[in-house]
Design a protein around this ligand. Structure first.
Ligand SMILES: [Cu+2]
Length: 297
């Protein structure tokens, strides 16, 4: 008796402690993010639907089991009913009911899967290449291409004996020198590949993650809600070597007009750089020709 009182007291204490948790804990972290794209919302909705189907099934089956175990336990003098061994009606019922539940779950799942794979009618195509340990982004048909590496602040802080506190670095290991910039309200087709080993490009808020495999082109699409411009962060999601944890993905979503302006700026800068390089090359070859001429004389 004393034991059960002690247990009750302990349980009450545990419940009281648990009840005071919500004030401090962020319960939304227990669930997947709702995200900021059409696909992420579809996936979230599907996940929630299936979760509730499972909850209802669990309540029914575990409820029946627990009820039977408690109510008809041996210590209460329960005796097995040996006259009831088979029921065709029951067997048909517990076969048909799950079949319908499974069909009910398969229809929205397949619909979402088909939508995820449908990369047609995209407004923009970006090729993403994984390297050990950074990303390359190429805006197809625009000539804009750049590398995106771990930000200097994170990179310096992560070094052994740097003497810096990671807690002082904003977005530690989740910041890059040059983020991917995308327009909001646009279906963006992403082509994924890698140059060395398998990487995976992942931004939880877009609801999408896909492997970047050398020699293959994988495809996926993302979109950012027109009313949700902002910075979205992710990481390489396929163990790819020593610095796997140091090649974050940062995506800046801008309204369409701002994105167009940014793209034009990048194109202009790219042209200047290539003209500059061509001039340098021309000067160098002229100088080499002059040297060769002088030697010949
Ligand atoms: Cu990687």
């Amino acid at each position: 008796m004393a034991n059960s009182k002690k247990m009750l007291a302990a349980l009450t204490g545990a419940f009281a402690a648990a009840a005071s948790l919500p004030a401090r804990a962020d319960w939304s972290l227990l669930n997947m993010p709702r995200g900021v794209s059409e696909l992420s919302r579809d996936i979230y909705g599907l996940h929630t639907l299936i979760l509730w189907v499972c909850v209802v099934i669990a309540v029914f089956t575990f409820g029946a089991m627990i009820y039977a175990m408690v109510k008809f336990r041996k210590s209460k003098g329960a005796v097995a009913d040996t006259s009831f061994l088979h029921s065709t009606k029951l067997e048909i019922a517990w076969t048909i009911v799950p079949v319908f539940i499974l069909i009910g779950m398969a229809i929205p799942s397949v619909e979402t899967l088909i939508k995820i794979e449908d990369t047609t009618n995209s407004g923009l195509t970006i090729k993403v290449t994984g390297y050990q340990w950074f990303w390359q982004y190429e805006y197809l048909d625009t000539g804009v291409s750049f590398y995106s590496r771990l930000a200097q602040t994170s990179n310096e802080t992560r070094q052994l004996g740097s003497g810096r506190n990671p807690a002082d670095v904003e977005n530690y290991l989740l910041e890059v020198d040059k983020p991917l910039v995308v327009p909001t309200g646009t279906k963006i087709r992403i082509l994924l590949t890698a140059n060395d080993v398998i990487h995976a490009w992942w931004v939880p808020d877009f609801g999408m993650k896909r492997d970047a495999i050398p020699g293959f082109i994988n495809e996926m699409w993302i979109s950012v809600d027109a009313d949700k411009p902002g910075t979205y962060r992710g990481q390489c999601a396929e163990l790819c070597g020593r610095d796997h944890g140091f090649m974050p993905v940062v995506v800046v979503a801008k309204p369409k007009a701002e994105f167009e302006a940014w793209l034009a700026e990048q194109q202009a800068a790219g042209q200047q750089a290539s003209t500059g390089a061509a001039t340098t090359a021309a000067v160098e070859s002229a100088a080499a020709a002059a040297v060769a001429l002088a030697k010949a004389e």
